[in-house]
Ligand binder design. Structure first.
Ligand SMILES: *Cc1c(COP(=O)(O)O)cnc(C)c1O
Length: 388
């Protein structure tokens, strides 16, 4: 069969109903263990001579459909599912590094990813540097002989700056250093880092991939050789595996990913247009309005997250959130509901002030995850809060 287009793969890939009594919906294998056919079959299973299932932390049929599906959508060889985005990120980063290694990161990171790297720095004497990745010379000058991996978020949360993934991948190849990309904000519908030469993609599937705000989950995709190693070490032995029920919900949520991402993006574009004209807003950050060249090279749409600077101090910015009516004050993103948060005191509060300000996370920066509601209603709610 020829390779299916994204919208088809997201519905079908990795599952054949005929193999499962014709069940059109992927069956939920809600089991922790599996009965062996015999003691000898059990022995062969543990020796890796049998393909079957042993114990759900080591493999589950429902979870494996999801792993095949995300690998196909990202254009990767294989995928692994985790109990959270941080479960995926920590399993990948711990598998790639050892004591005294160096990690080169994008200038902004998800708060807990930053926290994890700072812990690894302390405990394992590692070094962590941040780069703007603006030119090959800049990247080459920041790579050391102990550099174990390059770790990138793009768009960068919450400032929405973009990193040129192809540029980074080209330099990393010269040094044979793996490039890991957190693709949570875009989802594979908008951006596919593996196709641009990157090696590993991690996701908080909690966000756009699930898209319904009812699951915490993580995914990682990449080369089979590397992910087999993760599966056998940091996934199996640290144990942040996805539950079958959450995999089932995620498979269901993901089927509408292309429809949702287009709607999130359409709504966000309308709201950005209006924000740019509002006199209580000093800056608006949205991928499509930022670095045009990088945007055109690697993103299909702008996605649903907008950040903006309110003309007010920290207290006034917090008060703005409290004046909203149906727009919810909540962290997370990618839900049907529009969510708004204050990064400096919420998602990025763990980052020391000086570093936070260097990352562009000011006290009046506000992050909006535009939902699937009518954009006119979202704007009306924001406008009344801004004007009051
Ligand atoms: C939410 C998020 C994470 C962490 O994911 P969890 O599922 O909450 O563990 C990592 N990276 C980004 C960019 C995120 O938005």
């Amino acid at each position: 069969m020829s390779k299916k287009r994204f919208e088809t793969a997201v519905v079908h890939e990795g599952y054949d109903a005929k193999e499962m009594l014709g069940s059109l919906s992927t069956p939920l294998f809600q089991t922790s263990t599996y009965e062996f056919q015999s003691a000898e079959h059990g022995e062969r299973s543990f020796l890796g001579e049998e393909d079957g299932y042993i114990y759900t932390r080591l493999g589950n049929p429902t979870v494996q459909v999801l792993e095949k599906r995300i690998a196909e959508l990202e254009g990767a060889e294989t995928g692994l599912a985790f109990s959270s985005g941080m479960g995926a990120i920590s399993a990948v980063l711990i598998a790639l590094t050892k004591a005294n290694d160096h990690v080169l990161c994008s200038s902004g990171l998800y708060g807990c990813t930053f926290g994890l790297l700072m812990m690894m720095k302390e405990k394992y004497n590692m070094t962590v540097d941040f780069s703007n990745f603006t030119s090959k010379e800049e990247i080459r000058s920041q790579i050391k002989k102990e550099t174990a991996c390059i770790y990138i978020e793009t768009p960068i949360n919450p400032t929405m700056q973009l990193v040129d993934l192809q540029l980074v991948a080209e330099v990393a190849k010269e040094f044979d250093i793996p490039v890991v990309v957190d693709n949570t904000f875009s989802s594979p519908y908008i951006q596919r880092p593996i196709e641009l030469g990157c090696d590993v993609v991690v996701h908080s599937a909690t966000k756009y991939l699930n898209g319904h705000g009812d699951v915490i989950a993580g995914l990682a995709v990449g080369k089979k050789e590397f992910l087999d190693k993760v599966a056998a070490t940091t996934q199996k032995d640290i144990g942040a595996v996805l539950s079958p029920f959450d995999a089932w919900l995620l498979l269901r949520g993901m089927k509408t990913l292309p429809l949702r991402m287009d709607r999130h993006s359409d709504n966000a574009e309308k709201i950005v247009e209006r924000m740019l004209k509002h006199d209580k807003i000093s800056n608006v950050y949205y991928p499509k309005n930022g670095d045009g060249d990088i945007y055109k090279k690697q993103m299909k749409r702008g996605g649903g997250v907008i950040s903006f600077e309110y003309k007010g101090d920290k207290k006034e910015s917090q008060a703005l959130l409290d004046r909203l009516s149906f727009v919810k004050v909540a962290v997370s993103l990618g839900d049907p509901e529009t969510l708004i948060e204050h990064p400096a005191t919420m998602t990025h509060a763990v980052i020391p002030e000086e570093e936070r300000l260097k990352m562009g996370i000011t006290d009046n920066l506000i992050r909006l995850s535009v939902g699937l509601e009518a954009w006119e209603d979202i704007w009306e709610d924001l406008e009344q809060a801004l004007n009051n």
